[in-house]
Design a protein. Structure first.
Length: 95
């Protein structure tokens, strides 16, 4: 029975990891859309994000640019290490 309970915690941790990064991906958290990488940790989770211009023909003619945001979250150790990676596109000001 303890193995079954251990398996239940994995989806809960996955949900917690997604909830940690979801506000950034949905635009509900202020993120300056500048190309680059950032990382940090919170509550046993380590995260890494990368913002990069999304290449699109003709994008230089507008005052806005489409950016790709990739965020990954890792948790656990050794054989129990897990991760989730999500990506989205957001509109921001052109440099």
């Amino acid at each position: 029975m303890s193995k079954a309970l251990g398996r239940i915690r994995i989806p809960a941790a996955l949900l917690a990891g997604v909830l940690l990064i979801e506000p950034v991906l949905q635009g509900r958290e202020a993120v300056r859309l500048v190309s680059g990488d950032s990382e940090g940790s919170a509550g046993g989770f380590k995260w890494h994000s990368r913002i990069s211009p999304y290449e699109e023909a003709g994008s230089d003619t507008y005052r806005t640019r489409l950016y790709r945001i990739d965020v990954s979250v890792n948790w656990g150790e050794g054989a129990h290490q897990r991760s989730v990676r999500l990506s989205t596109l957001r509109i921001g000001q052109a440099p």
